[in-house]
Design a binder for this molecule. Sequence first.
Ligand code: ADP
Ligand code: ADP
Length: 224
Amino acid sequence: ALAVSLRGVTKTYDNGVMALGPFDLAVRKGEFISLLGPSGCGKSTVLRLIAQLSAPSSGIVRVARHEGELQPGHGIGFVFQEPTLMPWANVRENVRLPLKLGGVAKAEGRARADAVLDRVGLADFADAFPRELSGGMNMRVSLARALVTDPDILLMDEPFAALDEITRFRLNNDLLALWRALGKTVIFVTHSVFESVYLSQRVVVMTARPGRIQADIRIETVEP
Ligand code: ADP
Ligand code: ADP
């Protein structure tokens, strides 16, 4: 079954920049794919189209919906490179936010936030504030916030690019373990060839703007 499909999709922004396409991509449920390509080739645009934060200029974007959806976009979690945590709220409240917006009661929301914080290795930091945590830990909080609604699809836009190499490698390993445990569909944008091959089952390489598909490569993983 497909999680996401884009068919003949183009995107031209209001300023006349043709960012994308025509672009065709089908992602199966549970697949972990990377999008690789030069700066400005439309990788973030692809994620925004899938998240329905932006509408295509032409073509069709389809996203599989799951049952009991709270609101549009509930089936999708989004992680950005830039810190988007609320500095005045503690880690638990940051992670609980999507549930709060979805009308989930406070006690249940806090319990679910604590459970997902445990998953990302931050069980002891629920009461801390973002400024008290390292960049890698803040990224874990962002990941927890994206996972707290239990989305089917996780979109990640160069999430680890600003982190030092060791922190980045640890996060890669933890993300892989989470993906194996949770079975989400992951679409991961990166500039790192290493990261794309290490993490994903499939690497999609895009051309320079307007982004089209240059190569779609299956990665054979050798299990340890
Ligand atoms: P990438 O993520 O591959 O770096 P983006 O999808 O962010 O590429 O951008 C693709 C192109 O579209 C770039 O030239 C960028 O400047 C332009 N662009 C992105 N967002 C907007 C926007 N909201 N308005 C106008 N142009 C945009
Ligand atoms: P990325 O680092 O993911 O490639 P960019 O730096 O291209 O992203 O863009 C960051 C943000 O700025 C995006 O939300 C994008 O929509 C917006 N943006 C990028 N280029 C333009 C532009 N030319 N005009 C307006 N907004 C833009």
